[in-house]
Write a protein that binds this ligand. Sequence first.
Ligand SMILES: [Mn+2]
Length: 266
Amino acid sequence: MSHYVIGDVQGCYDELINLCSKIKFNPKKDKLIFAGDLVNRGPKSLEVLNFCLENKKSIKAVLGNHDFYLLYLIEHKKNNRSLKTILNANNISKIHKWLKKLPLLLKFKINGHNFWISHAGIPYIWDFKTAKKLSKEVQVALKEDSYNLLKNMWGDTPSKWNTKLVKYKRNRVIINYFTRMRFLDNKGALKLKKKNLKSEKNHIPWFEQTTHNLKEDESIIFGHWAALEGKTNLDNIIGLDTGCVWGNKLTAIRLEDKKLYQVRRK
Ligand SMILES: [Mn+2]
């Protein structure tokens, strides 16, 4: 039995199937863990979700920003060209139900080592206990009041976490850290406007600060940031978004031995 974490698929179904055959995925024995952004922009988002539903028992996933967007479209009955086939699918209610229950953060303990997985990462201002609690808060809100949560989650403010935040502002900033974060300033505020890698004053890639929080038996795995091409230059923080949807590669890591597997975009 092996655990594989897979980076942003974004509708690249053919590449997902190639990757599964490369790792010899056996749904009876192995686990696939998706680092979020299963859908959007790529050609076969519906096929990716159907694959997840068909193999539900051997699949775990965290929500990415594009998955949240799909949830919003479903619940608010909006349309979108790239996600149209999902929105019109016969099994949309099954898809909706499955997606809505996904967490923002997962942990797997493999051979005594703790792997934490979220779509964009974990900011250094949260220890794991806090991150777990805040992920849970959003999951509960998605369960109890998803319509309003999804309506009010959009926007870049507040830019910084504060324990006193309540309701939608609180959920919005939690979701932004877990699913959209790239750069933080030295106070831990999100710098969501910046997307390129050129160095700029007080814009620090989140992992450069978080790495100092990690103990020897802890690692973080994330997706979301294709421009990094998987390179954080750190041993304990592993980026898996290698830009498959942009014509590059889809990447998986086997947690048992940290071996990487990649397939090229067709
Ligand atoms: Mn993303």
